[in-house]
Design a protein around this ligand. Structure first.
Ligand code: K1U
Ligand code: ZN
Length: 162
C-alpha cells in the first residue's frame, strides 16, 4: 500500500472531470482503492475522491464512522434522488487545508454505485454521510466546496485560497 499525494487547490488536476471505471475488479483499481483508503485514514479525512490523487476515474472512498472502521468504496457513484429539504453543514477539504465553511446542500440523498466486486448497490444517506458523498461526487466533476461559497465569503478567504 502507499500514501498518495493529495493535490491542493490551484492545481489543474482538481478541475478535470473523472471518467467511469470500465473494469471495477481490475488489479489497478483494487490497488488504487487500498492506496486511497490508506491516504484518507492517514490525512486524516472522512472521504477522498480519485480526482484528488490525480486519477481521473469515478472512484471514492468514505469512512464517516467514529471508530474509523467502516470503509465505503463507491465506484461510478450517482445521486439518484435528493431531498428538497436542504441543510447547511460546515465542510473542509483535504485539497483546501485550513479552510472550513458552511455549504448548503440537500439534507438526504439516495446513492447508486458499484462495489469492489463490480456489483451495483444503493444506500440512503443523511447527516455527515450525505454531505460527504455530495462533496466527493463534486470532486469527480471538478467542483470544489469553495465554488459554492458566496462572493463575500470568497473575498474573506481570498488570501488563504489563492
Ligand atoms: O474530500 C475531501 O477533501 C475530504 C474531506 C471530506 C469532507 C469533510 C467535511 C465535510 C464534507 C466533506 C475531509 O475529510 S476534511 C477533514 C475532516 O473533515 C475530518 C477529518 C478527520 C476526522 C473528522 C473530520
Ligand atoms: Zn474535498
Amino acid at each position: 500500500m502507499a500514501i498518495l499525494k493529495i493535490a491542493r487547490m490551484g492545481h489543474p488536476v482538481l478541475r478535470s472531470p473523472a471518467q467511469p471505471v470500465k473494469d471495477p475488479t481490475a488489479t489497478e483499481i483494487r490497488r488504487l482503492v487500498q492506496d486511497m483508503a490508506e491516504t484518507m485514514y492517514e490525512a486524516p479525512g472522512i472521504g477522498l475522491a480519485a480526482t484528488q490523487v490525480d486519477v481521473h476515474e469515478q472512484l471514492i472512498v468514505i469512512d464517516t464512522s467514529e471508530a474509523r472502521d467502516q470503509l465505503r468504496v463507491l465506484i461510478n457513484p450517482e445521486i439518484i434522488w435528493a431531498s428538497e429539504e436542504r441543510q447547511v453543514y460546515e465542510e473542509g477539504c483535504l485539497s483546501v487545508p485550513g479552510i472550513y465553511d458552511g455549504v448548503e446542500r440537500p439534507s438526504r440523498v439516495r446513492v447508486r454505485a458499484l462495489d469492489v466486486e463490480g456489483n451495483p448497490y444503493e444506500f440512503d444517506a443523511d447527516g455527515l454521510l450525505a454531505v460527504c458523498v455530495q462533496h466527493e461526487i463534486d470532486h469527480l466533476n471538478g467542483i470544489l466546496f469553495v465554488d459554492k461559497m458566496g462572493r463575500i465569503r470568497k473575498e474573506f478567504f481570498k488570501n488563504c485560497l489563492y
